[in-house]
Ligand binder design. Sequence first.
Ligand SMILES: Cc1cc2nc3c(=O)[nH]c(=O)nc-3n(C[C@H](O)[C@H](O)[C@H](O)COP(=O)(O)OP(=O)(O)OC[C@H]3O[C@@H](n4cnc5c(N)ncnc54)[C@H](O)[C@@H]3O)c2cc1C
Length: 461
Amino acid sequence: MTTQYDYDLFVIGAGSGGVRAGRIAAGYGARVAIAEEYRIGGTCVIRGCVPKKLYVYASRFADEFEDARGFGWNVGEVSFDWPTLVAAKNRELNRLEQAYRGTLGRAGVEVIPERATVAGPNTVRLETSGRTVTAGKILIATGATPWLGPDIPGLEHVITSNEAFDLPALPKSIVIAGGGYIALEFAGIFARLGVETTIVYRGDKVLRGFDEDLRDRLMEAYTKSGIRFCLGHVFTRIEKTDAGVVGHLSNGETVTADHIMFAIGRTPNTRGLGLEDVGVERGWNGHIVVDEYSRTSVESIFAVGDVTDRLALTPAAIREGHAFADTEFGGNPRMVEHTMIPTAVFSTPEVASVGLPEHLARERCAELHIYKASFRPMKATLSGRDERMFMKLIVDGESNKVIGCHVLGEDAGEIIQMAAIALRMGATKADFDNTMPLHPSSAEELVTMREKWIAPTEAAG
Ligand SMILES: Cc1cc2nc3c(=O)[nH]c(=O)nc-3n(C[C@H](O)[C@H](O)[C@H](O)COP(=O)(O)OP(=O)(O)OC[C@H]3O[C@@H](n4cnc5c(N)ncnc54)[C@H](O)[C@@H]3O)c2cc1C
């Protein structure tokens, strides 16, 4: 490391990737500064995973109160207070933000609370103070931001996930545009809190990319819980009226609600960063193009996390940031494997997957064995809740390896995290079968599936 520059590393963005990279690099003795224009912790902590999961917990009490009756509980009248939830969430976020700040401070990372842009291969401009600083290496970890789609009239009336967490009051109704995990999670949260919820999506089925069985079953469960789907349409215009926010759809119909929330995608935060001037190559949606070591087209500039549009998940950003620091400052070159990544949708019922969905497995394997189980979870026997748990294993017929595992139902995310270890290690169906079931549990179904599932057409033939 050299004293030719003010810092050895300047990180732009104190989110999941930036904080990890800065802290680890400082641990190797690098002189590190990190600039943050909003709040330390980034999307995940401040307006993503953490508040989202807290709200999911809040929403699920609605079912718990109902279910408790079947187990002998006398549940009196219950009520929900949105401002109490928002305030509790804010206290927790403040605590986490302080914890992040403390971690950075103890690691010796200088936190600069302002927007930063790239002014040269080794130069950063601090936009509020107007200062310019230099660094041997610059790491861009600016994340992503909600994308609102084509510019249609009235877009200023819509909210995004950023605002949804802090609405001044719980709406009576909400229309959510989008079919990805953020749209579905918020729909699940609001619907269970008693909000009349409609999903507007341009496709014919939500959760594109997930296994078809999970997509179908989640839509079925959502419809049963009262969530309305308006599929195959997009918004053409939004207006605000006395009756609420009105969305005009491409089929000529309108939807009206207290809020219309857009969750149709996220766009990498690269606008105005000064990347064009220094020649950092960018991709189709503005993301920063990097190699497997998170190197950009400019030798001294690197990028990790959502801004690179590789895998927009917190653990990926953290691992990319860590690997970057190990490689550039720790003398331990390493890259992050972006395969066999477990992922969950915190809808209710929850959905989680690792490995290949059936449609991709069919493209890649000559012979495929599918195992499916759909059953009533034990809790539902006494609660009387009309719900089913679903599990699916996809096995490569040649190697007998389990290459896909998909779960819908309670604790799907927790189950899939563990299954991911087995799949990553190359577990075969026989390994699953030879594993002793843990009884009584739902997850035991994964090691007791014996009958191959036969597609109805094959069965008929
Ligand atoms: C509603 C929602 C729910 C989510 N749920 C999950 C989940 O359950 N699981 C999961 O794994 N992922 C989830 N994600 C995704 C996850 O939050 C991101 O993948 C992760 O935060 C990416 O980390 P990052 O470091 O790339 O960027 P971020 O965490 O977004 O951090 C970027 C930081 O850079 C700052 N910044 C931007 N530009 C500048 C600038 N010029 N100068 C200074 N600072 C700047 C921003 O303010 C921000 O703090 C969710 C996201 C959302 C929106």
